[in-house]
Write a protein that binds this ligand. Sequence first.
Ligand code: SF4
Length: 704
Amino acid sequence: LEHFRAQKTCTTCPYCGVGCGVTATVKNRGDEQAASVAGDEQHPANAGRLCVKGSALAETLGEHGRLLRPRLRGRECDWDSAMDFMARQFKRTIAEHGPDSVAFYLSGQLLTEDYYVANKLMKGFIGSGNVDTNSRLCMSSAVAAYKRALGADAVPCCYEDLEEAELVVLVGSNAAWTHPILFQRMQAANAKLVVIDPRASATSEMADLHLAITPGSDGALFNGLLRFLSEVNSLDREFIKNHTENFSQTLDTAGEWTPEKTAEYCGLPLDQLMEFFTLFSHSEKTISFYSQGINQSSSGTDKNNAIINCHLATGRIGKPGAGPFSITGQPNAMGGREVGGLANMLAAHMDFTPENIDRVGRFWRSGSMANKPGLKAVDLFRAIENGEIKAVWIMATNPAVSMPDAGRVARALEKCPLVVVSDCVADTDTARCADLLLPATTWGEKNGTVTNSERRISRQRSFLTPPGEARHDWQIICDLATQMGFGEAFAYTHPVDIFREHAALSGFENQTGKPGSRAFDISALENLSRREYDQLQPVQWPVNSANPEGTQRLFADGRFYTASGRAQFVPVQPRSPEQKRSAEYPLWLNSGRLRDQWHTMTRTGRARKLLDHSELPEIQINPRDAKHWHVDDGQLVEVRSPRGTLCGRAALTGAQKAGELFAPIHWSETLAYRARVSALAEPVTDPYSGQPEFKQLSVQLKPL
Ligand code: SF4
C-alpha cells in the first residue's frame, strides 16, 4: 500500500506587498514531495482569498532551473571552497582598499532575518554603509516623504480602512493587477473609486472617475487640490493648529495652482478636475492609495508629500477610513527597511547620527561601526563601474535587468573584480556576470518573517526540503561573518535567535510615546520562545509595552514621530520629468507589471496557467501613433531611447494615449534579445530618496 503523509503549513505569499496568508499542504511519498496551496482563511490580509498568481504557487515549485551547488568561475565546487574564496577576497579587498570598497545589494524577496544579519555584518562589523536594496527602486520616495511629514517611515493606515472609506483615490496604481486582493476588498466595499493614471487600465475600468493626467503632473494636481480645499473651507483648522507645522508656507506655495492652471498643466478637462476636487472635499473618509506611478519619478518624494499635505490639511489621518496609504510592491520591502536595509539608514529605523551609531555599536558590541551612509543603488552601481567598489555580493535580485541603464550595469558587473550572486535560480542576467554563484533556498524552504504594506509582520514557514546544496541566506551571511573573524556576533542557530535580537534592538533606548521616539518598535516580541515564534500570528507594529497586541492604525492621538511631535507640511514646487520628449525621441514610454507575472518570471514563468504571454514583451501603442509610425498590430517593433533599445510586438489599443507607449517589466536578456525595458531608462533619480525615474522615458518607435 502507498503511504501518503499530508502536512498543512500556514505561510505567506512571496509576491506582492499585500502579504496574503497561504496554507500549503505537502504530501510526502518516499523522497517525492507534492504541494497544493489555498488561501489562509485566518489571515487578516486576505481571509482565504488568493489572486491568480498566489493560487498558482504550487505549480512554480520544483528543481527545474534551480541553482543546486556553488559555482566558482563557472565550475561547481563545494561550500567550503566557495566560502573560503569569498572570505579571502572580501578580506583582501577591505585590507587593501578600505571597507567602502565592498558592498551588498539586497532584495525585497529576502526575509527580515536575512536582511538583519546582512545589515549587521556590513554596517556593524565590516564598517561600511554600503548595503542597499532593490526596494530603492520600489518605494524609497514613499519612505522619504513619510519621514519628512510624519517623522518616520510609518504607514498610517490598515487594510480595514479601505473598507471603511467613502472615497478611495488610486494614484499611479493599477491595483487590479498589481495588488489584486486589496482591489477586491475595495470593490466589495461601498467607496467611490477615483483613478489618477495617464493610461486606462483594468483598475480605471472599474473607477467612478478616471483622471488620465499628463505623465508626471501629480504634484501640481495635489497642489491644486490643497488650494481648492482652502478656498471652499474644507480644511480642518483645529487639526492644523494643534498637530502640524508649516501650513501657511505650504499653502502659499500651492496658491498659484488655480483650477484652470491645474487642469491645463495636468491635461484634464476642467469639469473632470472639479468633480474630483469636490468629491475629495465632501468625503470625510478618504484614502489615497498610491504606488510606483508616484514613486518611480525624479520628483517622487515631493509628489508623495503633495498627497500627504492634503490629508494633513483635512485631518484625514489616523482615523478609520482615512489616510495617505503607500502600497509596497514587494513581499518584504518593509521588513528590509525595519532592519536598516537602505544605505541611508543604520538599523531599526535609526539614521546615521552620532548618538545612533554609538547606540547600535553598544548593542551589537562592535567597535567598527560604519560612520556614514553608504551608496544608494544607482550610485552604488556607478561606483562599481568606476572601480571604487571592487567586491559586491548581490542577493536574490537581478539588477542587470531591473536597474536603469541596465546594459551599463551588466557591463560594470562584468569588469568588477569580484561579483558574488546568491540566488535560487541558476541562470539570470546577473548570474551570468558572477565570479561566484551560491545556491540559496527560496519560498517553501525558507523560514522567517516578512512585513506587508499595512505594517503586518507574518511568518513565512518552510514546508519543503531544500534541493541540492541550497542554504538559507542568513546562514550563508553568518558563515561569511565567521570566516571573516566575527563569528561570536553571528552565532545564530535558528531564525528565532535573529528575530529576538532584531526585536530587542527595536526597543533599545527607545523613548516610547515621547517626541522623537522611533516608530518601529517590536520589543514586546524580544523574548519569544522558539515555539511562540513558530506559532506567531500576524501582527501590526508597533508591538511594545504600550501596544502589546500590535497597532492597527497610527497617529490616532495626533502625535507624530517628529522632534516636535507635530506633522510637517512640505511645500511642493511641481517639477516635470527629467527625461524630456524631443524631436528625436518624441514619445513617452511607461512601464509596469502584468496581472499574471512577477518580476523577471523566474517563478511565475513556470506555471502553465500563468503562461499566457508571448515570447516577447507587448508594446502597447495608440492606433494614431501606430499609423504615424507605420506599425501594424502584432508587428515586431523597436523602441529606442538615448540609452538602449527594446524589441517587442506591437499591441494597438485605445487604452494608451497618443504620444505614450507602455511595456511590461518582466522580460530579461535570458528570455529574449533586447527585451529589458529598464535598459532604456536614464539613471536619473529623486534628490531625496535616490529612487530612479522609470515611468516617463523619452523614446522613438519604428517597425522592424
Ligand atoms: Fe500573493 Fe499579492 Fe496575489 Fe495576495 S494579492 S495572493 S500577496 S500576489
